[in-house]
Design a protein. Structure first.
Length: 140
C-alpha cells in the first residue's frame, strides 16, 4: 500500500502554498529509532525563520556517529516499507481478535495506533483489564 500523503504533498496537490503550514518529521516513528532524535521541519518560510532563530539558542548538536546513522536511515526507504508491512500484518492479526470483544474495532487506513471504542469510560476499562487480567494500558 502507498504511504499516506504528507501535509506538504497535500497542500501542493490542492494548489495551495505553505502559508501557516509547518510540518515536523522524525526518524522516531518513520524508522523506529526514537532515541536518535533526528528530524526536520518544513513549511511556511516566514514561520521557519522564527523557528530557526529559536533553534540557534535552544537546540543541541548531534554527535557525528548519530549524524551518520541518521543519514543512512533517511536515505533508506526499504526499512520503512518493511516497517509498514509489519504494522499492517500486526493490525491484520489483532483487529479480528479485538472485534470479537470490542465490535466497533476496525483496522486503521494509516498510522500505527489502533483506537478501539471501549464500553463505558476508557479509564474504567483500563482499570478492569489490569485488575482482572494483569494487562496494563493507558486510557485515551
Amino acid at each position: 500500500a502507498a504511504p499516506p500523503l504528507g501535509c506538504l504533498q497535500a497542500a501542493t496537490m490542492l494548489g495551495r502554498g505553505y502559508e501557516r503550514l509547518v510540518m515536523f518529521s522524525s526518524l522516531s516513528k518513520r524508522s523506529n529509532v526514537p532515541g536518535m532524535r533526528s528530524g526536520f521541519v518544513a513549511g511556511d518560510p516566514a514561520i521557519l525563520r522564527s523557528f530557526l532563530l529559536y533553534r540557534t539558542y535552544h537546540g543541541s548538536a548531534m554527535n557525528p556517529a548519530i549524524q551518520a546513522a541518521s543519514v543512512a536511515a533517511w536515505n533508506d526507504e526499504e526499512h520503512v516499507r518493511e516497517n509498514r508491512r509489519q504494522y499492517r500484518a500486526k493490525f491484520a492479526a489483532v483487529t479480528p481478535l479485538l472485534a470479537q470483544v470490542l465490535p466497533s474495532t476496525t483496522q486503521p487506513d494509516a498510522g500505527f495506533y489502533l483506537w478501539a471504542r471501549t464500553p463505558g469510560s476508557d479509564a474504567d476499562f483500563a482499570r478492569r483489564l489490569f485488575a482482572d487480567y494483569n494487562v496494563l494500558l493507558l486510557p485515551g
